[in-house]
Each structure stands twice: as C-alpha cells, then as structure tokens.
Design a protein. Structure first.
Length: 262
C-alpha cells in the first residue's frame, strides 16, 4: 500500500485476484468496484493476477475493497452467463484461444461449484479428449453420460473411455452410456450393449429433420415436438427423477379423445 505525496487521503492498494483468467472478468470486477464510494482509479493485470486501486482513504478502506472483491466469483459468473429465451443459462467457452488454454482444473472446479449452488441442474459439455479441465468436470459430476454411435470405431473408442474412467476411480454407477442413431451404424443394438459391457441408458433416434433444424437455427430442441426431443427428455427424466415429457397423441387418439370428453 502506498500513500499520495500531497496528502494522506489518496492511497493506492494492490490486491491479488486468484482465478482471474480473462479480460471479461477483469472488466466485470472493475465495473463492480467503481460503484464504491471514493474509488479514483482501477488497474487490473490479468497475467499477474493483480488489481491496483487508487482511492480516497477518507471515504473507503482497503478492507471494504477486499470484501467487495471477495464476492466477485458470483459476479463473474452472472456476467458471463447467457440466458436463452426458453430459460436455459449457458456459460460459453472463452472466445480467445490463449484464454481458453489458460482455463485449468481449479477454474472449472470453481465454476461448477458456483453453478451447482445457483442451479438445480448443470450440464457440462466436455471435449472428447481427457484434459485437466474435463477431469475437474468428471470429479464434480453426479452422472457422466457417454454418447456412443453404433459404428465399430465409435464403440471401440467408447470402450476405451469407459475403461479409462474406471481407472480414474470414477464409480461405475455414475457412468451412463447413451446410444445415438443419428449416425447410422452396422452394429446391432445387442452387439453394441455387449461391446460396452452394459445396457444403454437411453437411445437417441435418427431424427435428421429436428437435429438439422435446431443446428441451423441455433436453437435448443426442448419444447419441440419431435422423436429426438422426447428421447432427450426421457433421458433427462431418468437422470433427475422429474416427470417425463408428454408425448403428443396421434390423429386417431386426438379425434376420439375429444369425442370421449364430450
């Protein structure tokens, strides 16, 4: 801490900020601290994990600043979440490659703990390869859903992944294998289950129309009336214990259902 040479009121303090890994977080932190009374100047060093604050010591103290910055994890999270109109909150990956490379085990661990504290359910879409970041996601998870197609290479890769997860001391009952028929494969369902050493937890049907429409429009499948969306809903129901989505009735059922209600 250093004081102004002109008066004792103008003071500078430097704080260490653990876990600040991008300029977006730095800007969010500065925005919050500027709301404090007596703040004159802020300077953040993302690489050095430092925050320098020039303030009026007659109006605020280093303790007040430290307490304000101590709660920035929740602020960072709220500032980076994107809300979809359907109510889903998304935490996107960093847009800059160098920032993405800087995300490590502790960053993912802290983010998931914050998400678990604020939301009933959190889904982490991990990379296909095992990294320090994906290990943190596995450690925090209640369920690990392994998506498998019915091709020979796909089943071999899934089998290797299952064996690796078990070697990492992840409980077998936490691992769920979901078979996707979005990409057609020559292996029968029975042979696929035999290769995996377990029955599939769920099956995603081949529904090119729904999948292509959602991908091209950049919208989620939830709320859409399609076999794929209902299959995903049933898997979610099995994982969470919530009521499964109601399947739409066929034309025959709708017509005669109305007749009965009359």
């Amino acid at each position: 801490m250093s004081s102004c040479t002109i008066c004792e009121q103008h003071t500078e303090s430097t704080f260490r900020i653990e876990g600040m890994c991008c300029h977006t977080e730095a800007a969010t932190l500065e925005q919050r601290l500027r709301r404090l009374t007596g703040i004159h100047r802020l300077s953040t060093d993302v690489v050095g994990q430092r925050l320098r604050v020039a303030y009026d010591a007659a109006k605020t103290t280093s303790s007040t600043i430290a307490e304000a910055k101590g709660a920035v994890d929740d602020i960072f999270l709220a500032g980076t979440l994107t809300r979809h109109p359907r109510g889903v909150f998304v935490l996107p990956a960093p847009t800059q490659v160098e920032e993405a490379d800087a995300v490590g085990h502790d960053h993912v661990d802290a983010a998931l703990q914050l998400l678990r504290a604020q939301f009933a359910y959190t889904v982490a879409d991990t990379a296909r390869t095992i990294t320090i970041a994906t290990l943190a996601a596995f450690e925090q998870s209640d369920h690990i859903v392994l998506l498998v197609d019915r091709t020979v290479p796909g089943l071999r890769a899934a089998r290797r992944m299952l064996e690796l997860l078990l070697r990492l001391n992840i409980a077998n009952e936490r691992i769920r294998a979901v078979i996707s028929d979005l990409m057609p494969g020559p292996v029968s369902m029975q042979d696929a289950a035999r290769a995996l050493g377990r029955e599939p937890f769920g099956i995603l049907p081949r529904d090119e129309a729904a999948a292509t429409a959602a991908t091209n429009a950049g919208v989620p499948l939830n709320g859409k009336q399609s076999p794929l969306s209902f299959a995903i809903g049933e898997i979610a129901q099995k994982l969470t214990g919530l009521a499964p989505p109601a399947r739409p009735k066929g034309l025959f059922q709708r017509v005669f259902g109305k007749e009965v209600r009359k």
